[in-house]
Ligand binder design. Structure first.
Ligand code: EPU
Length: 417
């Protein structure tokens, strides 16, 4: 298994270009199941998770090609309606094929995604939503089976805004008979990106980006060309890395409108943040100020940035309280940061108190999930000495060419095969 070795203590400086968003690209690719023809997606990041969903669609019978950040998917040959365990277990977001498969073929079998390092992550709201649209749902030998001759529009209320749940139900409802209203829907930019894509394919959707999304079903969708939005979490990760190393970095090709919470908290921590169109310059300050954060559904502070921000708070001038309200087990990185000299108390399963220390110390550490690995990279860049991060396959699921991008900013970072 690959490891990343970082000789830390260097200030990051220069420019970095942000890739397309993994969590926007995945539902777009799944949506091509709805179309009898070839869809084309541009600005698709070259990541493990993208290769995983491509393999899954190919296994269903789609013809896919992926080159130079362009993915084409021809769903006309899809005959298989079963997403197998071996493919789904590699990536939970495979659940995104459930809605489109039932909508187009009236039948789908998708392996139940298992447990996850950051929480239980059930899919009950996806299934309740499909049932409300008239699907019969069964769980059999670890597989979800959904059947419906023709889905019918309905009112669906989500107890909690769920990102992939909202996406799954949007994709199911676009081919349903009549009107569907999704209430308390997720409002993430990735939802708007999917709604725009489905609209280009001929779907009738309004309200994406608000808590109420209305969908009028249509008989069929047509192929479309769609561009993936910039990755707001990759953007935030480079912003925090620039601030944490007291660097000066110009982040290009991002969408500042999508990261209001991150910008606001970074400014509060003392970093200089200048926005100019699709570029953001971040300048780190000598002394980081302590800031409290609470993760919330969009437009709140993203849970996918909690670990990286905690790392920055490790060298702040006081105590910061970090409240993780989305996932029940998303502090595994805190124990690794403590191995690097951080002073963190987990006062509750969802609350971490981070008391700033003057500096972190390099140490061997282990990544537990995608965003935890990003936080350890930032910690390694901050700490003097050599940090060795193992289990970096988590990072390869969601950050394209990360060591290349950090090295171009002056980091001393190598992958050890
Ligand atoms: N939840 C339920 N039942 C459901 C669905 C969700 O109880 O049926 C709960 C979850 O357990 C969680 C909360 O609702 O407590 C919100 O979860 P959500 O469904 O929104 O998460 P997700 O759709 O599985 C997406 C991203 C995650 C990101 C979360 C939250 C994708 C492919 N994944 O997951 O991204 O953390 O939204 O913003 O879009 C990552 O990229 O590292 C990542 C984990």
């Amino acid at each position: 298994m690959d490891k990343i070795q970082i000789n830390g203590g260097r200030k990051l400086a220069g420019e970095v270009v942000i890739s397309g968003a993994k969590n926007a690209a995945l539902p777009l690719i799944a949506a091509s199941i709805l179309v009898d023809g070839t869809c084309e997606f541009t600005n698709v990041p070259n990541l493990m998770d993208i290769h995983s969903i491509k393999l899954l669609l190919e296994d269903l019978g789609a013809r896919c090609a992926f080159d130079n950040h362009v993915m084409t998917v021809d769903g006309s040959g899809i005959q298989k309606i079963e997403a197998e365990y071996e493919l789904v277990r590699k990536m939970r977001a495979s659940i995104l094929v459930l809605g489109p498969l039932v909508a187009r073929f009236g039948h789908a079998k998708v392996s139940l995604p298992g447990g996850c390092a950051i929480g239980a992550r059930p899919v009950n709201m996806h299934l309740a939503g499909l049932e409300a649209l008239g699907a019969k749902i069964g769980i059999d030998h670890g597989y979800i089976e959904a059947k419906a001759e023709k889905l019918t529009g309905n009112e669906i209320y989500f107890d909690i805004p769920t990102v992939t749940g909202t996406e799954n139900l949007m994709m199911a409802a676009v081919l349903a008979k009549g009107k569907t209203v999704l209430r308390n829907a997720a409002r993430e930019p990735e939802i708007i990106c999917l709604a725009d894509a489905l609209s280009r394919m001929g779907a009738k959707i309004s309200g994406a980006g608000t808590p109420i999304i209305t969908i009028e079903g249509v008989d069929r969708l047509a192929p479309a060309l769609v561009t993936v939005i910039p990755d707001r979490i990759e953007t935030g990760t480079f912003m925090v890395a620039a601030a944490a190393t007291r660097g000066n970095v110009l982040i290009k090709g991002c969408n500042p409108d999508h990261i209001g919470g991150i910008i606001s908290k970074l400014k509060a921590s003392g970093a200089g943040v200048e926005i100019c169109g699709d570029q953001i310059r971040v300048r780190g300050m000598e002394q980081v100020k302590s800031v409290d954060i609470k993760t919330l559904p969009y437009p709140g502070f993203p849970t996918d940035m909690q670990a990286q921000f905690m790392t920055l708070m490790c060298i702040a001038d006081g105590t910061s309280v970090i409240h993780e309200s989305i996932f029940e087990n998303r502090f595994i990185h805190a124990n690794e940061l403590m191995r690097m000299g951080a002073d963190i108390t987990l006062s509750r399963a969802d609350i971490a108190m981070v008391r700033g220390v003057p500096e972190l110390q390099a140490a061997p550490v282990m990544a537990s999930d995608l965003r935890a690995s990003a936080s350890l990279v930032i910690a390694g860049l901050m700490a003097r000495g050599t940090t060795l991060i193992s289990r970096v396959y988590h990072m390869d699921r969601g950050y394209e060419a990360i060591e290349k991008k950090f090295c171009a900013l002056g980091a001393d970072m190598v992958r050890i095969k």
